[in-house]
Design a protein around this ligand. Structure first.
Ligand code: ATP
Length: 311
């Protein structure tokens, strides 16, 4: 990594990944999306998005998780920057540099995080003066997970996940993430979920009282027991090897584990930073997981980084 002074023509925003503590998938809506009830927690695994005044719109990508990130018009950060430019009447292009630490297609909403970061960075660069509510509205149009990447912390999501409500929560939590070498496509995981549930009546999704109670009392043990993801059977069906990772994590002392979002990243809640480190060692030494990360949570959402910029 090299650094350069953050010039007036350049803004960097740091944005976190998310884990769904509880993900309930309801029936398919007329618009093709599933009705969701979820509880998001922002975790301390971050991407950084730097926007710089430029002659052309373009994206470059670096960092440990850069493989597989598109640099064409489909990049969600570029899409977000252009959407905001149109909204506020800016005609000058920016170049975007993404430093990726969030696994790609891993169920941790990395692309959505970059979109949220690009909104905040461009709003700052252009002195557009958008309120957080206005940015959240735009974010919801860009993707279901984008509003939460703006807000961070812990929140309940309904609708497609884009309608956020506060959650009463205390305490901090220590996570271990076992990354997978191959990603899972979110639409394919939902399609597999529908296939596995075919012929069954799917009730309207409601939040889990156990998760809410655990968060209210700041009890990691209770939260570990309450973790739930309706997409997990579908992710396991598409990547059966994840079952072994889940079993091993709990055997090695995790308070609970689940597939993160649409997977294939597996998230384990642990009792302390030391327990998280021990679990990382056990998972890698046993060969069950190749690449693991630790992260503290909750953390705040997309925020401008003061001072030097990563280039
Ligand atoms: P989610 O949990 O929100 O469904 P995910 O974490 O599983 O998403 P992402 O990392 O957001 O997956 O990537 C999904 C796909 O989006 C990638 O395979 C990639 O082709 C595309 N994509 C577009 N822009 C980005 C970006 N900035 N970073 C990562 N992927 C991006």
């Amino acid at each position: 990594m090299t650094t350069a002074d953050q010039s007036p023509g350049s803004v960097t925003v740091r944005v976190p990944a998310k884990v769904n503590l509880d993900l309930r998938v309801g029936p398919v809506r007329p618009d093709g999306y599933h009705e969701l009830s979820t509880v998001f927690m922002a975790v301390g695994l971050h991407d950084e998005v730097t926007v710089t005044t430029s002659d052309t719109w373009r994206v470059t990508v670096g960092g440990p998780c850069s493989a597989g990130v598109p640099t064409d018009d489909t990049n969600l950060a570029l899409l977000a920057a252009r959407t905001l430019a149109e909204e506020v009447g800016v005609h000058d292009p920016v170049s975007l540099h993404l430093h990726k630490d969030i696994p790609v297609a891993g169920g941790m909403a990395g692309g959505s995080a970059d979109a949220a970061a690009a909104l905040v960075a461009c709003d700052h660069l252009w002195s557009a003066g958008m309120s957080r509510d206005e940015l959240a509205d735009l974010a919801g149009q860009l993707g279901s997970d984008v509003p939460f990447a703006l807000s961070g912390g812990i929140a309940m999501g309904s609708g497609r996940g884009e309608q956020l409500a506060p959650v009463l929560a205390r305490g901090s939590y220590h996570w271990v993430f076992a990354l997978s070498e191959t990603g899972l496509s979110t639409p394919e995981v939902y399609a597999e979920c529908d296939r596995l549930r075919a012929g069954r009546r799917v009730p309207a999704p409601t939040p889990s009282p156990e998760v809410m109670t655990a968060l209210r009392s700041g009890d990691p043990q209770a939260l570990g027991r309450a973790l739930h993801n309706d997409l997990q059977p579908a992710a396991l069906s598409l990547q059966p090897g994840l079952a072994e990772v889940l079993e091993a994590g709990v055997e090695y002392g995790a308070l609970g584990g689940l597939v993160s979002g649409s997977g294939p990243t597996v998230a384990f809640l642990t009792a302390s930073p030391e327990a998280a480190l021990d679990l990382c060692v056990s998972l890698t030494a046993s060969g069950v997981a190749g690449d693991v990360r630790r992260a503290k949570a909750p953390v705040h959402g997309a925020q401008v980084v003061p001072g030097p910029t990563r280039v």
